[in-house]
Every structure is written in structure tokens, then in C-alpha cells.
Ligand binder design. Structure first.
Ligand code: IDP
Ligand code: MG
Length: 133
């Protein structure tokens, strides 16, 4: 069974949206097999978002992502990587369809509530990075 790394970002925790978002994941039929709350370190963040390090908005991402705890989860299911990306919606909130998590709950491109791995190799690397397995 395929696994992906999902992270409810600090805005999801602060806004009290964890329950609603988790319900959508479970209602879809995906299984949460591990979960923990923690605050990202600068080093973890720089590794996790290495592909964005040179972007002008990187400092904004760093201060946002380290502003409070996140909920990291390993989510399992058939085609769960692509399936979760579909449930999440597009990165930019204006492009995220209604009915998706970002489409329904976000109106800011940086503070877009949720992270989900984008491919099998990144899922494996992120699960290892945050859960050590
Ligand atoms: P993803 O989260 O949909 O995989 P990525 O391109 O991997 O999108 O970007 C990681 C995160 O960086 C986004 O979820 C968002 O929080 C932030 N981000 C991406 N692009 C922009 C942008 O153009 N402006 C501000 N923040 C951005
Ligand atoms: Mg990404």
C-alpha cells in the first residue's frame, strides 16, 4: 500500500481546522497510520523546502512554518500521493477548486494549510525525515 507524508501547517492548527481536515482525509477512505505534533526547526525546513530556497518568498515561508506546531502524519491508501494532492487542491488558493481543502479554507498562497508529498521518492524521503522510518 502506498504511503504519503501529510503535514497540517501552523495556520491549520491555529485556526482549529485540524478536525475538519482530518475528517476529509478519513472520509475519503485513506488511513492515518502515524501522527505527531511538533515545531519545525530551521534545519528541517530548509531541507524540506530546499526546492524553494532561492525564491523571494522563502523568508516568509520560514517565519510562517516555524510560527507554531504542525501536525505531521503518515497517510496510507491506494494512489494516496496523487489522491491527497487532489483533496488538497492547487498550491495557489485562487487556482484551488471549491471542494478541495485549500479551495474551501485558504485565501493566502503561503498560508495554505496543508503539505502533501508530490511523488514516491519525496514521500519516502519526507517520511524518513519526519518519522525516521
Ligand atoms: P505545494 O505545497 O502545493 O507542494 P510547493 O511549490 O512545493 O507547493 O511550495 C511549498 C509551499 O511554499 C506552498 O505550499 C506555499 O505555502 C509556499 N509557496 C509556494 N509558492 C508560493 C508563492 O508563489 N508565494 C508564496 N508562497 C508560496
Ligand atoms: Mg511541494
Amino acid at each position: 500500500m502506498q504511503q504519503t507524508y501529510i503535514m497540517l501547517k501552523p495556520d491549520a492548527v491555529k485556526r482549529g481546522l485540524m478536525g475538519k481536515i482530518i475528517s476529509r482525509i478519513e472520509d475519503k477512505g485513506f488511513k492515518i497510520v502515524d501522527a505527531k505534533m511538533f515545531t519545525l526547526t530551521q534545519a528541517q525546513l530548509e531541507e524540506h523546502y530546499a526546492h524553494l530556497k532561492d525564491k523571494p518568498f522563502f523568508p516568509e515561508i520560514v517565519s510562517y512554518m516555524t510560527s507554531g506546531p504542525v501536525l505531521g502524519m503518515i497517510v496510507e491508501g491506494a494512489d494516496v500521493i496523487a489522491g491527497m494532492r487532489k483533496l488538497m487542491g492547487a498550491t495557489k488558493w485562487l487556482e484551488a477548486d471549491a471542494g478541495t481543502i485549500r479551495g474551501d479554507f485558504a485565501c493566502n498562497t503561503t498560508q495554505n494549510l496543508i503539505h502533501g508529498s508530490d511523488a514516491e521518492e519525496t514521500a519516502k524521503a519526507e517520511i524518513k525525515r519526519f518519522f525516521g522510518k
